[in-house]
Design a protein around this ligand. Structure first.
Ligand code: 5AD
Ligand code: SF4
Length: 426
């Protein structure tokens, strides 16, 4: 989401005669788009700011701006703590950047952290910074009102609002006409997408898929409570809606899920997994897991481990619980699991996921997949890398193809992280 937001900021700044540079020493302006989701993310931003100090010394007019969730969460406090910061701009205030910049240029500190009920940046055509030219993000909604008890997002990103479907479809069409072959529709909870004209997510994704069978469509992320059968059927109807669903479970324990205010229980979640497997048998499933939430017992942890095995996740993002100021969990539940226990539980979760990912990859050896080539492989410049519909990376040696093309690849071997194969020539 931040990556996508940075492209919106890129567009606003380009319209005001700025350009991007790869050489930080050359920059007149440095914006850091920040994340507050865990304490670790914020610490990394602060470390990054220390690095920028030296540029400020060599270039006195240099302006440093903090954008995104940390700006929204800490507001003017951030300027007091980090003296070199000139601008603080929350996620809904990017249109105000040019005006704020004039203030900063006059030597004053400039802040806008006003959240909006309707800003979607629908009319802004993102500048595709750092893009492969093959795959792009399209932000379809902003904000979140689910208030999971551990999560800072509803406070930093404000009310949920959906972007007008026509602007989304037009953005996808433009991307396709410019050579892109994959779009990922982005939102904190895409399944609750609902436009003012009454278009829901299933209809939206079908309209994007109809643009061209050669345009792949992905989406992230889904809340289990809202993953509808209607969406699964729509996915089954379109070959180009990719067979991969990210369905964050967070915990396998009913007691913890309740404390987390996730609004579903283990049984409901398992029902959703069964529905996916029935409607889309070749679909991969990935998840997010938090280890060591307030009061989590060994048994709660084992419930998570057991659920992971039952689902057989293909991939997972796994985190230690990090208490966030202002959240319900911070106010009501003690962060009482010792760091060493959190680490041990996280390690067990990661080890298990490694095993599950490997098993999932081994099951693909011998199979063939349509791969959308994204890039030359990082390690050897001679190999190509792309992904199959299931969102797995496949690397293969072949010099006759290039990024943006589809090829059929047979998988010959794998590691827990990557599949390797060779192109099947027609
Ligand atoms: N501590 C740890 N992980 C968190 N996440 C969100 N808030 C926290 C927190 N306070 C994780 C959740 C979410 C993902 C984006 O980040 O798993 O799905
Ligand atoms: Fe945070 Fe829950 Fe919203 Fe996801 S659904 S952004 S975890 S509050």
């Amino acid at each position: 989401m931040n990556f996508s937001d940075s492209q919106i900021v890129g567009s606003i700044m380009t319209d005001h005669n700025f350009e991007t540079t790869d050489n930080i020493a050359e920059a007149d302006l440095i914006f850091v788009n920040t994340c507050s989701i865990r304490d670790h993310a914020e610490k990394r931003v602060r470390a990054r700011l220390q690095e920028f100090k030296k540029y400020k010394k060599t270039k006195p007019g240099l302006i440093i701006g903090i954008l995104g969730c940390m700006a929204e969460r800490l507001k003017s406090q951030l300027i007091e703590e980090e003296k070199m910061v000139d601008l603080i701009v929350g996620p809904d205030a990017y249109r105000d950047l040019p005006r704020l910049l004039t203030i900063a240029e006059s030597g004053q500190k400039a802040i806008n952290v006003i959240l909006s009920a309707d800003e979607t940046y629908a009319d802004i055509n993102p500048v595709r910074l750092d893009s492969s030219g093959v795959s792009a993000f399209i932000s379809i909604m902003r904000g979140c009102e689910n208030f999971c008890s551990y999560c800072v997002v509803p406070f930093t990103r404000g009310k949920e609002r959906s972007r007008d479907p026509e602007t989304i479809v037009n953005e996808a069409k433009d991307l396709f006409n410019n050579g892109y072959r994959e779009v990922t529709l982005l939102g904190q909870n895409v399944n609750s997408y609902l436009s003012e004209s009454g278009t829901g997510f299933s209809r939206l994704i079908a309209s994007v898929a109809q643009i061209d069978p050669g345009l792949r469509v992905r989406f992230a992320t889904s809340h289990p409570k809202d993953l509808s059968d209607d969406l699964l059927r729509t996915m089954a109807d379109y070959h180009n809606i990719c067979r991969s669903i990210h369905l964050p479970v967070q915990s396998g324990s009913d007691r913890i899920l309740k404390l987390m205010n996730r609004k579903y229980d283990r049984q409901w979640y398992m029902g959703r997994i069964e529905a996916i497997k029935k409607t889309l048998p070749d679909c991969t499933i990935s998840t997010d897991i938090i280890a060591g939430f307030s009061s989590e017992t060994d048994q709660d942890h084992l419930d998570t481990i057991e659920l992971m095995r039952w689902v057989g996740y293909d991939y997972a993002f796994m985190f230690k619980y990090s208490e966030r100021p202002g959240t319900t969990a911070e106010k009501k539940y003690k962060d009482d699991i010792p760091e060493s226990v959190k680490s041990e539980r996280l390690k067990q979760i990661i080890d298990l996921q490694q095993e599950l990912s490997y098993k999932s990859n081994l099951a693909d050896v011998g199979k063939s997949f349509e791969v959308l080539i994204e890039r030359y492989s990082k390690k050897s410049g001679k190999e190509l890398a792309g992904r199959n519909s299931q969102n797995k990376v496949i690397v293969f040696p072949e010099s006759n193809y290039k990024p943006g093309e589809y090829v059929n690849v047979q998988v010959l071997s794998c590691t827990p992280a990557t599949l390797r194969g060779s192109v099947l020539h027609p």
